[in-house]
Design a protein around this ligand. Structure first.
Ligand SMILES: C[S@@+](CC[C@H](N)C(=O)[O-])C[C@H]1O[C@@H](n2cnc3c(N)ncnc32)[C@H](O)[C@@H]1O
Length: 280
């Protein structure tokens, strides 16, 4: 059922999808506003309503707080470090960091959806001026149909600018040449000793088999990569762990430590929903 609804949803264009979501969630949003007398807040920042959250499921604040703990525990993030948020969305990762990162620690985030960037500037930067958000005009068939290809994009930052970077639920919507470029670019803008945490759907044989018949079954194979939807390539993309390791090496990373997720329903110890890879 979830799979059928998802493919119906993907039949719309990116903008219409966001409008449909707002309409479908209008009663939930209204109930939340009435019940709590307005939007709920974290550190004084108003949080998006369910209908506004086009960037993934689950509890927006809880997931952000969870990743804040992964950044510290798996990525060694310190309060005085400068950070880069690749695909910053609606600020799910940024908001919980506003009471952790010191004012001297610059936060920079960029995203391809202009309204999401404007929204973060309005809600977050206005309260925390060391949090900067920037729109970049790149195409992604799940999020925006306008812009250049991301596979030759140069991040708008200087070499060795950041200590820590992340891309949460972003490479799960990008093509291999784009991911390869982003791994190189992340390496370039991070200082020596910098760490980069990214989430993936690592489609090895075991994960593909475990996910069969579930809402997260990858059915479309193109070369060595796996897609969930035949039409919308960015819908959900999976890469093999071997390729990620190889691309990391080619981009200049010496280590790519994998923390498996539970998306496929595989057995054994898991960390998050998506697979997490920490490059260092
Ligand atoms: C599933 S959302 C995740 C947003 C955010 N990282 C989070 O965890 O809440 C994926 C985000 O990636 C952005 N995105 C897609 N392609 C991108 C690209 N080539 N460069 C930067 N951001 C991109 C989308 O606009 C969207 O905000």
């Amino acid at each position: 059922m979830k799979r059928i609804l998802r493919s119906l949803f993907y039949a719309f264009g990116p903008h219409t999808r966001r409008v449909v979501r707002r309409l479908a969630f209008a009663p939930v949003d209204l109930y939340a506003l009435l019940r709590y007398g307005g939007r709920s807040r974290y550190n004084g920042i108003p949080l998006p309503l369910p209908g506004e959250i086009f960037t993934g499921g689950g509890n927006f604040l809880e997931n952000g707080l969870l990743f804040k703990s992964y950044f510290q525990r798996l990525g060694g993030l310190q309060p005085n470090e400068s950070v880069l948020d690749i695909g910053s969305g609606l600020g799910r990762m940024a908001i919980p960091l506003t009471d952790y990162l010191e004012a001297s620690a610059e936060y920079h985030g960029f995203d391809v959806v202009p309204s999401a960037v404007a929204d973060c500037q309005h809600r977050i930067t206005s309260r925390f001026p060391h949090f900067h958000f920037q729109h970049v005009s790149l195409v992604n068939d799940l999020y925006t149909l306008e812009g250049a290809s991301a596979d030759a994009f140069t991040f708008p930052y200087s070499e060795d600018q950041f200590d820590f970077a992340w891309a949460t639920s972003v490479f799960t919507h990008m093509e291999r040449t784009e991911v390869q470029n982003y791994l190189r670019e992340a390496r370039r803008v991070l200082k020596p000793g910098g760490r980069f945490l990214a989430t993936f759907f690592l489609t090895d044989t075991e994960a593909l088999a475990s996910a069969r018949g579930s809402a997260y079954e990858f059915k479309v194979q193109r070369g060595e990569d796996w897609y969930m939807d035949a039409e919308v390539k960015g819908a959900n993309v999976g890469f093999t762990p071997k390729n990620i390791q190889r691309w990391a090496e080619e981009a200049g990373w010496t280590e790519a430590r994998i923390h498996l997720g539970r998306w496929s329903g595989r057995s054994g110890q898991t960390t998050d929903f998506q697979d997490i890879v920490v490059f260092s």
